[in-house]
Design a protein around this ligand. Structure first.
Ligand code: ZN
Length: 274
């Protein structure tokens, strides 16, 4: 016989998303280490002077005291663990923090606990708060997120023939999830060219921790190539796994938020490409 579950419980989490409901309430989507995504009701937090409000801001890492109900469980108290004050002081850093949270929210299925993903998001937010350059950090975050969610791109051996890759011009197949050697390139006609520099940078980012990766200096062309390639890969995964069309449209309409160049600054397609 199982014990009745206690009415009150404590849970740690990062606020991934919030939506207004009722007159002054908010529904919070937390990312918790133990239970993955959890939705809670925070009552009255849009009223001035709410004692909960500061602890339930977007991206805040807090511990919540929650009362179980038949509907959404309700937050009764909260204590901030990390507020990330410097991140909040910079519009650019907070935009990147929101992107990290939203990407995780979109890619992680409901009711799916993933402790490495939690630790990854927390570390990425801490680095942003410490003023880490967001661009290489974002690429490293994307690569590690893909790994902990089971979509690690294959960069050391060819996804076609499985032979170890050599230092040469090759192609990246978003559909097959990795690099195709020149001999196998025909296996995915949508595969995009991958420069030697971008291949080396991707491998470095994949095997390095976030903090180390954030210090990587990349040429603008290489940075754009890596961003474009990772975002195509993420789009393919989202289209296949989750059908989240709204998010995809957002990627197209706000390319800067995704670290891609403005449409006007894109290099024209080379002849014979594709
Ligand atoms: Zn091959």
């Amino acid at each position: 016989m199982s014990e009745p579950r206690p009415r009150l419980y404590r849970i740690e989490g990062i606020v991934l998303r919030r939506s207004d409901t009722g007159e002054a309430d908010r529904i919070l989507t937390l990312f918790t280490p133990e239970r993955g995504k959890v939705h809670l009701l925070a009552r009255g937090v849009r009223r001035p002077g709410s004692r909960l409000a500061g602890h339930v801001e977007l991206l805040t890492h807090s511990t919540f005291l929650v009362v179980r109900t038949r509907g959404l469980d309700i937050v009764t108290q909260a204590q901030t663990r990390h507020a990330f004050p410097s991140l909040r002081a910079s519009l650019e850093q907070i935009a990147w923090g929101c992107y990290f949270a939203e990407l995780l929210d979109r890619m992680l299925p409901e009711e799916s606990a993933n402790l490495p993903a939690f630790q990854l998001l927390l570390e990425a937010l801490q680095l942003l708060d410490e003023g880490a350059p967001p661009e290489p950090l974002a690429r490293s975050y994307e690569l590690h997120l893909l790994t902990v969610l089971g979509f690690r791109p294959q960069l050391s051996s060819c996804v076609g023939c499985q032979q170890e890759l050599r230092a040469q011009e090759q192609a990246f197949s978003a559909l097959l999830g990795g690099v195709l050697c020149p001999r196998c390139r025909g296996e995915d006609l949508q595969a995009r060219p991958l420069s030697l520099e971008a291949w080396k940078a991707l491998r470095y980012l994949q095997r390095s921790g976030l903090e180390e990766a954030a210090r990587l200096q990349l040429q603008p062309g290489c940075r754009e190539e890596i961003a474009g390639l990772l975002h195509r890969y993420i789009r393919v995964i989202l289209e296949h796994e989750l059908h989240t069309a709204g998010f995809l449209e957002q990627l197209h309409s706000h390319p800067r938020a995704m670290g891609e160049p403005e449409p006007g600054s894109r290099r024209p397609r080379e002849r014979g490409e594709g």
